[in-house]
Design a binder for this molecule. Structure first.
Ligand SMILES: Nc1nc2c(c(=O)[nH]1)N[C@H]1C(S)=C(S)[C@@H](COP(=O)(O)O)O[C@H]1N2
Ligand SMILES: [Mo]
Length: 421
């Protein structure tokens, strides 16, 4: 909003226009003040010529957007080499995450792979072990799909109670990108999976050599060996030159810098599926192989990093929702801590295993708010409360926390991470 217009109250009539009657948004433009200098005086950018076309061979955002960056939580990990940063969800709109803002999670730093020296290997229970160069890979039929990648640890710091103050930190281990890649099925079919080949093991070329087991049904279903994100080459942080895409399943399985696919008759029981990425239950037992990401949503605005700065009146509440099992036909929103629920307005493409955008416009009366969103996915599953999850999982879990998030907004519009019991 243009703060230069502050003091001019939006006209009530604007809100009664057709758009509002239809349940849509209401405009809140200021009324024209003829003497306003920003209108009557020629601004600097109209007084001189701008940069020419060759000034920025690869473009970057406006300097006014310099605060829109990935951020990390200092105390969370011992070392930035094996760490995570977070997508600034509260600064984004629509459903696509810009490449430079996709959160990063790596266990051995960003591998600097020479594409010409990189090989992808298929071995194990196959008729014909194969090795692919990047150039070989580019000669197979490719597909484009938009998928979210969520780290299973997303919201993991919130099991014992509200902790991190901002959706970037509570929910920012997610990105949503259009991938271009070759269906893994095509490569496996070429190698010829033997009848006892029931699992694959996928391995990264980075120093962590991260590996995971994936059942053959998933490998032959919708996995992609991807080399492009949002149209351009994968970023080094995201696995350049090639990563595995495992739609709807936990981010840990999306091996970056993919170098090897071994076919076997049973899972490998790798570190990342025994010591890590298992889910502790209240009774002390742990669940393994929680692959699918359950439906989840979060309100991105307002939120602790994005307070309500305009005072009372019409405001746009927005957020994102996703499910590893399909689409999100519906999101409910409450502004009073669950006393009343309203169906949010979905906007933007609704794609399988992709992020969805929702909006709820309301006339804020200036009193405190308790904001929550609740996603419904295409299987009929409804996002649970944190306490419903804790009843089964206890408070000492890390992974797969898809509970409903609450933001408290005070009279000043300042938002805070809270829980209501
Ligand atoms: N080779 C390799 N692949 C990896 C990792 C890694 O450390 N090394 N981290 C995994 C984890 S835990 C997650 S959540 C995702 C993160 O993907 P991103 O960095 O594109 O966000 O990559 C996965 N793939
Ligand atoms: Mo992860």
């Amino acid at each position: 909003m243009d703060m230069k217009f502050k003091g001019t109250k939006p006209s009530r009539r604007a809100f009664l226009s057709g758009a509002l009657a239809a349940g849509g948004a209401a405009a809140s433009a200021g009324m024209v003040k003829a003497q306003e200098a920003v209108i009557t005086e020629k601004q600097p950018w109209a007084q001189y010529l701008g940069d020419g076309v060759d000034a920025f061979p690869y473009g970057s955002p406006s300097k006014h957007e310099a605060h829109v960056v990935r951020r990390s939580v200092e105390w969370l990990t011992a070392d930035p080499i094996s760490s995570v940063n977070f997508t600034p969800l509260h600064e984004l709109d629509g459903i696509i995450t810009p490449n430079g803002l996709c959160f990063e999670r790596h266990h051995g730093g960003i591998a600097e792979v020479e594409p010409a020296d990189h090989r992808i290997m298929i071995n194990g229970l196959v008729d014909k072990p194969l090795v692919f160069t990047m150039q070989d890979l580019m000669r197979y039929p490719r597909e484009n799909h938009v998928y979210f990648l969520e780290c299973a640890a997303n919201s993991g710091m919130e099991w014992a109670g509200a902790q991190l103050n901002g959706c970037q930190f509570t929910h920012g281990m997610i990105h949503n990108v259009m991938y271009t890649g070759v269906p893994l099925r095509l490569l496996l079919e070429e190698a010829g999976v033997k009848t006892n080949g029931k699992w694959i093991m996928v391995e990264g070329a980075d120093a962590s050599g991260m590996n995971r087991s994936i059942p053959i049904e998933k490998a032959l279903d919708d996995c992609l060996v991807a080399f492009k994100m949002n149209g351009e080459a994968l970023r080094p942080e995201q696995g350049y030159p090639v990563r595995l895409v495992v739609p709807g399943w936990e981010g840990n399985m999306w091996i970056k810098w993919l170098r090897r696919i071994e076919v076997g008759d049973q899972p490998w029981h790798a570190r990342e599926e025994t010591s890590k990425y298992t889910d502790l239950f209240e009774n002390g037992q742990a669940r393994r192989f929680t692959w699918e990401m359950d439906a989840k949503s979060v309100i991105t605005n307002p939120s602790p990093q994005a307070p309500l700065t305009h005072g009372k009146g019409w405001t746009v509440l927005t957020g994102v929702a996703w499910s590893g099992r399909g689409t999100i036909p519906r999101v409910d929103v409450t502004i009073d801590g669950g006393k009343n629920w309203h169906q949010a307005r979905m906007s933007g493409p609704s794609m399988n295993k992709s992020m969805h955008r929702f909006y709820y416009e309301f006339d804020w009366d200036g009193s405190p708010l308790l904001l929550q969103s609740r996603a419904h996915d295409s299987t009929g599953y409804v996002q649970p409360t944190k306490n419903e999850l804790r009843a089964i999982r206890g408070e000492n879990s890390i992974y797969h926390n898809n509970g409903i998030q609450t933001w408290y907004v005070n009279e000043q519009g300042i938002a805070e991470n809270v829980e209501i019991s």
